[in-house]
Design a binder for this molecule. Structure first.
Ligand SMILES: NC(=O)c1ccc[n+]([C@@H]2O[C@H](COP(=O)([O-])OP(=O)(O)OC[C@H]3O[C@@H](n4cnc5c(N)ncnc54)[C@H](OP(=O)(O)O)[C@@H]3O)[C@@H](O)[C@H]2O)c1
Length: 178
């Protein structure tokens, strides 16, 4: 199972306001997110999943929750990252894409092979932060592409694609996921 992660964060690592919103409106990044996740199995925290309700027409959401009786519409509930990987593998997926929020990024980072970060060139207000992805994990840059602000996109943004340099001891292959 290949594990990818996609997130957009400000210079100060803010990814959310804390009131259920993303602190910017960037159509170019929304399109990037849609293109990257299309047709994939996604792992989302229960909070993010409910905020994005109605969005998953072409995806298979797996929702991380501690609730035992939670039934996400059109998807499955998981109670740990390991369980989500098993569920995706049982479903025939070759990739699980981690889509946030902060709690889920933190929990899934040790399993992540590839990181697709949108670096939004602003100091955003908000208390939901992307984890310290460089602390303890080495990444290699695969590509980096920047777009200046324009009429529709009020901030410069950089699409950064990173690959993990060395597999973690939590690699799913060690645990017999395909
Ligand atoms: N900029 C971006 O790219 C981006 C992307 C996605 C989200 N966001 C932001 O992130 C915000 C939400 O982030 P968040 O951290 O508050 O919520 P979250 O990660 O979406 O969901 C948190 C919920 O996930 C479940 N959970 C968390 N850790 C778990 C674990 N170890 N095992 C089992 N279940 C677990 C719990 O659900 P239960 O309460 O059901 O037990 C918890 O309440 C959104 O409002 C949005 O602003 C930003």
């Amino acid at each position: 199972m290949h594990v990818t992660m996609i997130a957009a964060m400000a210079r100060n690592r803010v990814i959310g306001t804390g009131q259920g919103k993303i602190p910017w409106s960037l159509p170019r990044d929304r399109e990037h997110f849609r293109n990257f996740t299309k047709g994939k199995h996604l792992l989302l925290g229960r909070v993010t999943y409910e905020e994005m309700s109605g969005w998953f027409s072409d995806h298979t959401p797996i929702v991380l929750t501690r609730r035992v009786d939670y039934q996400p519409e059109g998807g499955k509930a998981a109670h740990s990252v390991e369980e989500s990987l098993t569920l995706a593998a049982e479903d025939g997926a070759r990739e699980l894409c981690i889509c946030g929020g902060a709690h889920i990024y933190q929990a899934a980072l040790p399993y992540t092979d590839e990181l697709h970060l949108t670096l939004v060139d602003t100091e955003a207000e908000g208390r939901v932060l992307f984890p310290d992805y460089e602390g303890g994990i080495s990444w290699e840059k695969v590509s980096e592409e920047s777009f200046p602000a324009d009429e529709e996109n009020p901030h410069t943004m950089t699409f950064l694609h990173l690959q993990r340099k060395s597999p973690s001891s939590l690699r799913p292959s060690r645990m017999h996921w395909g």
